[in-house]
Design a protein around this ligand. Structure first.
Ligand code: EPU
Length: 316
């Protein structure tokens, strides 16, 4: 989106952030790579962005390693570093756009793994008074694309570092869809092969935001009750589904495709032709254009299936 903020502050250490917070022009918005944000217009305040870029091993046992990573590290650089060093846990999350700090807020996930599976502690700075606070994994209230930082404490803390626990012992997780086949084709479940397979699968389905503006999955996959699921299945026997806490998860991309929106445009906003869960900016779209398309899709899915889709993308 072509938008501007009144002011942008990059901070490279917690001390720099604390200094910047004194007399800062409000409102304040802490961002990572911006990969999951949709700006509805210019931001009339200060955007904060971390450039804390260290990756440091802070502890190790025979089986595990603890790594402290700066919020400003590009997420996929961290994944590549783990792959080279033989540390298991994040390889299924290869090639996800964005930065380490935001990944702990959004609880990014793909191919059966979520960031929360490897996060030990999230180290933050309170934007109101500059105090430091560590959140244990349990305190982060992680759930599917959710955390305390997106809900109860939204906008209140800036992530400075994330401490991960990774495995030195191979732990391939290949249960998701086409991953196992692609890894076998590459020669077996090494870290490098899993990373390469995930990158290949993602590239085949998801548009590169540098080429075609998008925020990845625009909606979350809804979880429905067994009764709701059975009623949809009686009309659509081929509906895919996965067990999930609290019910049955159905792919929003499938629901959207069934309403006929896949590949269709509404003005300069469109539904990506290879993955209906991704909305794209064909050029010059405003936040309002994208929201109009998203709202129309939500309405059509509601009419057809009785399910209200929720956005994964955060409107600003
Ligand atoms: N499907 C369709 N039509 C579509 C898209 C998907 O029928 O246009 C069906 C597929 O055939 C498949 C199912 O939906 O049966 C699931 O599709 P896919 O494997 O592409 O995954 P997804 O559920 O659409 C989720 C995440 C992605 C993540 C992939 C892989 C969410 C909201 N999205 O997508 O995450 O990469 O699984 O694990 O959970 C993101 O969050 O930005 C993101 C890209």
């Amino acid at each position: 989106m072509d938008v501007r903020a009144d002011s942008l502050i990059d901070w490279a250490s917690t001390d720099e952030l604390k200094n910047a917070l004194q007399g800062i022009r409000k409102p304040v918005l802490m961002i990572g790579g911006g990969s999951n944000l949709l700006f509805m217009g210019d931001f009339k305040g200060t955007v904060l962005h971390s450039t804390v870029s260290s990756i440091e091993i802070i502890g190790s046992t025979d089986d595990h390693v603890h790594v402290k990573v700066g919020a400003g590290v590009i997420w996929d650089d961290f994944v590549a570093w783990c792959t080279v060093n033989g540390f298991w846990g994040v390889e299924n999350l290869s090639a996800i756009p964005g930065e380490v700090g935001a990944s702990a807020v959004q609880n990014i996930g793909a191919y059966g793994v979520e960031a929360k599976d490897v996060i030990d502690t999230v180290q933050t700075v309170c934007l109101a008074d500059g105090s430091e606070r560590d959140f244990s994994n349990g305190e982060c209230n992680y759930a599917y694309r959710q955390s305390i930082f997106k809900n109860e404490l939204k906008g209140q803390y800036a992530v400075a570092y994330v401490i991960y626990t990774l495995s030195k012992v191979p732990q391939p997780r290949l249960g998701y869809g086409a991953l196992e086949q692609e890894v076998a084709r590459l020669g077996g479940p090494t870290l490098a092969n899993i990373r390469q397979a995930v990158i290949a699968i993602r590239e085949s389905k998801l548009p590169d935001p540098k080429i075609l503006g998008n925020a990845g999955s625009f909606f979350m996959n809804p979880v429905v009750s067994e009764a709701e699921f059975n009623s949809i299945k009686s009309n659509y026997p081929d509906i895919p589904s996965y067990p999930a806490p609290g019910g049955i998860k159905v792919p929003a991309g499938w629901l959207i495709e069934k309403t006929g929106w896949k590949g269709r445009s509404l003005g300069p906003a469109a539904v990506y032709e290879k993955q209906a869960l991704v909305l794209v900016n064909k050029g010059g779209a405003t936040g309002a254009d994208i929201k109009r398309l998203a709202d129309t899709i939500i309405e059509d899915v509601k009419k057809e299936f009785g399910i209200t889709l929720l956005t994964e993308v955060n409107y600003i």
